[in-house]
Design a protein around this ligand. Structure first.
Ligand SMILES: C[S@@+](CC[C@H](N)C(=O)[O-])C[C@H]1O[C@@H](n2cnc3c(N)ncnc32)[C@H](O)[C@@H]1O
Length: 295
């Protein structure tokens, strides 16, 4: 069978399974499998595809049809213009989180002196490694003297983040990656950080059944923040207050309709709200706040 025929068949199968954008999805899977660019599928429609590859393609289509996210099938996601490895058991970075990276770069660039940056719940390392990448390659953002620590309590996440650090050729003694539970870490670290960033688990448990079957394939601990979605955010605020340097910034992502309650938690904890950034859909998405006082 030739490329064009296989593609037609695959896209019809995904359409029948009610997968969104079935043609695009089939193209991405096939191109990934054959190690081609998507454009090659159109440049060489008559190229023969071996039986073994057809079988593999069918297997991947079946998994996609059953609701497995495309990124787990290809093992890749693009974030901040960089390609990250992802796999089952590890959260898939979302485009709106790029806003958080930009907000962090802005704040880090404006801080005087040495900067220590902590990312809480790094997953595949997207936020922290994107920051590190800018640190080394983007001269317009002078954060080259920063020390970056990425933590996550999930071992698959930590392993994937380390793999991404290697693939992106980021020097490991400038960007450390550790398996840690945030509360335990905050309780014992003697260090202070100038900036803490996080995309915490913030989905309320009550939303579980409204999530798409793709999202439900992602790890629960990465998604859910207890009954109201704020369990981890409460810990993030309290513990960050403890380990931030005076005047340091806490920058984190939030969910739909959570801004007001979070601002009130921040004020009670002694933070000054700097800004709330909306995403492209107009939803409050990233909170930037600063620790008050001198301790
Ligand atoms: C929403 S995901 C974000 C992953 C990544 N930062 C991103 O944006 O793609 C939340 C991450 O927090 C981690 N996590 C959850 N509870 C944690 C805890 N108590 N301590 C450290 N990490 C935690 C999860 O394992 C998960 O990787």
């Amino acid at each position: 069978m030739v490329l064009s025929a296989i593609l037609k068949e695959g896209s019809a199968y995904l359409k029948e399974k009610k997968v969104e954008e079935p043609r695009l999805c089939a193209e991405i899977i096939l191109a990934h499998l054959l190690n081609l660019r998507r454009i090659d599928l159109y440049l060489y429609p008559e190229k023969e595809v071996a039986e073994r590859e057809r079988v593999l393609f069918k297997r991947l289509l079946t998994r996609r049809g059953q609701g497995e996210p495309l990124q787990y099938l290809t093992g890749e996601v693009t974030f901040c213009g960089l390609i990250f490895r992802v796999r089952r058991g590890v959260f898939i970075p979302r485009p709106e989180t790029e806003l958080l990276v930009q907000a962090a770069v802005d704040k880090i660039s404006g801080l005087p002196g040495k900067k220590r940056i902590l990312e809480v719940g790094t997953g595949c390392g997207a936020i922290g490694l994107a920051l590190a990448n800018r640190q080394f390659y983007c001269l317009a953002t002078p954060i080259s003297d920063a020390e970056i620590l990425l933590i996550d309590k999930s071992l698959p996440a930590v392993r994937t983040a380390r793999e991404n650090r290697r693939r992106l050729r980021i020097i490991s003694n400038r960007v450390r990656i550790q398996q840690e539970d945030f509360s335990a870490f905050a309780g014992r670290t003697g260090k202070k950080f100038e900036v803490i960033v996080s995309n915490p688990p913030y989905v309320p448990l009550t939303e579980r059944r409204n999530l798409s079957k793709e999202v439900r394939r992602e790890p629960e601990k990465a998604l859910f923040g207890g009954p109201d979605g704020l369990n981890f955010i409460r810990i993030l605020i309290t513990e960050s207050r403890r380990i931030l340097a005076a005047g340091g910034y806490l920058i984190f992502e939030i969910g739909y309709g959570q801004a007001e309650r979070i601002i009130s938690l921040l004020e009670k904890a002694g933070f000054k709200l700097d800004k709330v950034i909306k995403d492209l859909a107009g939803i409050d998405r990233v909170v930037v706040c600063q620790k008050h006082g001198s301790a």
